[in-house]
Design a protein around this ligand. Structure first.
Ligand code: C2G
Length: 132
């Protein structure tokens, strides 16, 4: 039986930290499904519009070699629903979310991977603004 891995993220201003977590998530199984957070979810969570729209962020993530399927994550509260919908065997998240999804251990494995140090969308936006 193929082992399905599910991960989530905004993946705005896509950078190597995003790539590394997706590559490592894929190694946890045979099929990688990625939930990309919607523009509305991003606005409510972070108080600002993402730089790239959800359609652009979805297109970038879908084009990556380790990614088999993408969908729009509409709400943080729907994790259990998405795990069931995609029949995920493993939920993978960066360790900035450590402990936050342990409640799903009744239906799948939950793995937190270390973040890639010293890179973030926020830091990139600041760096690019300084160059402008
Ligand atoms: N990440 C990483 N290293 C970085 C930056 C990000 O490993 N230097 C990982 C995060 O831990 C996360 C993924 O990349 O697993 C996506 O990061 P974000 O786009 O910041 O995602 P976030 O806004 O946390 O959205 O349902 C949860 C949300 O959709 C997650």
């Amino acid at each position: 039986m193929a082992r399905t891995v599910l991960t989530f993220g905004t993946f705005d201003v896509f950078h190597v930290g995003h790539l590394r977590v997706i590559e490592r998530a894929a190694l946890q199984g045979d099929r990688l499904v990625v939930g990309v957070s919607s523009d509305a979810l991003n606005l409510s969570k972070k108080g600002r519009e993402p730089v790239f729209s959800q359609a652009e962020r979805l297109a970038i993530v879908a084009a990556l070699k380790p990614v088999d399927e993408v969908f729009v994550e509409e709400s943080l509260e729907l994790k259990r629903h998405y795990i069931e919908q995609y029949a995920a065997d493993v939920l993978v998240m960066g360790d900035d979310w450590a402990g936050r999804f342990d409640e799903f251990e009744d239906i799948c494995e939950v793995v937190y991977l270390p973040r890639t140090p010293a890179i973030s969308t926020t830091a990139l936006i600041e760096k690019i603004s300084d160059l402008a």
